[in-house]
Design a protein around this ligand. Sequence first.
Ligand code: PMP
Ligand code: GLN
Length: 414
Amino acid sequence: MASAGSNAPLIGTSDEAPAPWKRAALGANLLSPAGDLGVTIFEEMTTLAVSTGAINLGQGFPDEDGPAEIKAAAQDAIAAGANQYAPGKGVPALREAVSAHQQRFYGLAPDPDNEVLVTTGATEAIAAALLAFVESGDEVLTFEPFYDSYGAIIGMAGAKHVTAPLLAPDFLPDLETLEEAFSSRTKIVLLNNPHNPTGAVFPRSVLARIVELAVRYDAIILSDEVYEHLTFGVPHMPVATLPGAAERTITISSAGKTFSFTGWKIGWLTGPAHLVAAVRTVKQFLTYSSGTPFQGAIAVGLGLPDSFYLGIAETLRQKRDVLAEGLRAAGFGVYNPSGTYFINVDTGPLGISDSVDLARRLPGLVGVAAIPVPVFCHPEGAERTRSLLRFAFCKKMDVLEEAAGRLATLKERL
Ligand code: PMP
Ligand code: GLN
């Protein structure tokens, strides 16, 4: 991680109990053993891409705006004066649109008043849900590699972060190992499906086992489904649709991924009223509410016809195929993702075993930035994923082609 300077005065000595901010930093691998405080890997790699002029296939954000009618709806809402606080649980139009969307795609019908909560991106939904239910001594189980904010908030809450590995080539969990990762202290099983960074889409058999184990250990299922519409030839199945799951599941999504407005930070969660009320209690003291004109605009987006949703997945599939071909031609071992907009590659065939080192050198070598997968892991997982590198393909086709061309020169520059 990029260092924010050693000897930072706010870092306590090792014999003190770490402060919450420090536990957050440790949970997301932002503190080196020497005490250097880093920024997130996304920020580090984007800064490097900007300073070197590299094509940024690191941080996952699209290089094109989403649908014009959604933008126009936000502009109209601002012009019409929708510029003061939104209600704490979200503007009614968006809560109704979230419910209708769940009904249309999955046959779920959360009550817009009590079973839907609008949040400041999925990030706030994750934080509020974990902080609502988890305390010191509890365990939170995630798959590994894990999205960085999971580790940060679990750490901030003072809970123990237990992981179950996702294994190449398909990045699905071994179900026996998964079972062993549960315990009587498991308060939450936090899954991310489709999965960032691996691109895995969990099949029904894996989801069914997660539900079975959550029921056995009386754990809440927190399901981060921000990539729900970005799957390629395999359907996305919300875990909440499985028998026995709905009453213990909170499902999270975000407009950032589906509508390509990552800067608007509009997210939401759905679940049983008593769980949503608990999360809302925390959420109202994090941001209270945010993004009034954007909330209404995303309600318009959620009402777009099925053809829009099929279109974004098909366009991304084509982009995946172009980048995958380029990465193969460059000599990487390529793991074809079933969902998300990320491809993982093995750097081993190029004779490179340390993807963290390669990620730092890649912008200078060939003008492309990527994200090393080990930073999303605890030490054992980092060893297992040591040669994995993640590339984002939510970029214009000509940008991906240019990146592929640059990567083709990597072998001779190493
Ligand atoms: N969860 C996952 C798995 C993500 O990849 C991201 C962001 N890319 C988020 C949560 C955060 O979403 P948001 O930008 O809506 O806060
Ligand atoms: N979720 C994005 C990714 O995985 C990054 C979001 C962020 O920068 N926090 O690339």
